[in-house]
Design a protein around this ligand. Structure first.
Ligand code: PAF
Length: 283
């Protein structure tokens, strides 16, 4: 395994691989790796000669100080998992100032309004922080393909837009949500759930499934939104932040389901002090 912390060392190493004609897959993470991350890494290993995984808890994308401070960190366990998947794995553990090349602060991006709804509305500055760090990571790694999970579907759409606007010569590869056997979407934050909240959390997936059934039965987005919001409110362990149905491409809220377009249900829920997000394609 090859572990790099400074761009000045990582870059020539990657240049060397590229000169040999090797393709580079990239999986950016904030660590506390779970099977969801490993699915991204396995896909990258299948589709590229070499894979780079970055582990960096990016301060500029956290809107709540407590969330940044309590974000789970298991660097040794993460490295062991990665080495087991591929002894030739390239791991990038950036030092914040080196990665940012100066002050560790957000830049502002025009993301075609994709950043103004849902997560963007509830977490001001979050997507500017994500776009800033992903831009720096792409500049450091210069991958041919980068892998992002659909659990953060809004993030995925924003990164696709960022890559297009910055004319980056790379392919963004979406990877399906990985779920626990009871349906809970895999997330590093699940580790912080209390026993009671962990038991209650699969209700999120059940209600997304219900939304899908209602859509397939011909109910309109507003009727679905009201019914699902009502059901969330009946669960005393879950506090709904939002439940929305939106066009997959524009992420604008849907008033009707128009033929030929794709729609998804999106939700953010507090289970105690842990904020969970999930989504599901409706059509
Ligand atoms: O999805 C994440 O883990 C993070 O938002 C990312 C893409 C690694 C940027 O910090």
């Amino acid at each position: 395994m090859f572990v790099w912390t400074y761009k000045a060392n990582l870059r020539p190493f990657i240049d060397g691989l590229k000169k040999q004609g090797q393709s580079i897959g990239f999986v950016p993470t904030m660590g506390a790796l779970h099977r969801g991350h490993l699915a991204l890494v396995e896909r990258s290993l299948r589709e590229n000669d070499r894979t780079v995984v970055s582990i960096f808890v990016n301060p500029t994308q956290f809107d709540r100080k407590q969330d940044l401070e309590t974000y789970p960190r298991f660097p040794e366990k993460d490295l062991a998992l990665l080495e087991k998947l591929d002894p030739e794995m390239i791991v990038y553990l950036p030092v914040a100032e080196d990665l940012y090349g100066g002050p560790v602060q957000r830049e502002h991006f025009d993301l075609d309004g994709l950043d103004r709804v849902m997560e963007g509305r509830h977490r001001p500055g979050h997507f500017d922080g994500v776009a800033t760090v992903v831009k720096h990571l792409f500049e450091a790694v210069r991958p041919d393909r980068a892998y992002f999970g659909e659990k953060d579907f809004q993030q995925l759409r924003i990164i696709q837009t960022l890559a297009r606007k910055l004319n980056l010569p790379l392919q963004i590869v979406p990877v399906e949500i990985q779920r626990e056997t009871d349906g809970l979407a895999m997330s590093s934050r699940n580790l912080r759930l209390s026993v009671a909240h962990r038991k209650a959390a699969p209700e999120i997936h059940r209600l997304l499934n219900l939304a899908r059934e209602m859509a397939l039965q011909g109910q309109n987005p507003e009727a679905i939104r009201m019914e699902i919001s009502k059901r969330f409110k009946q669960n005393p362990l879950l506090e709904l932040e939002y439940f929305e149905i939106a066009d997959e491409k524009t992420l604008q809220f849907a008033r009707t389901f128009e033929p030929g377009k794709k729609y998804r249900a999106f939700t953010a829920v507090f289970a105690g002090d842990v904020r969970l997000i999930d989504n599901m394609p409706l059509y």
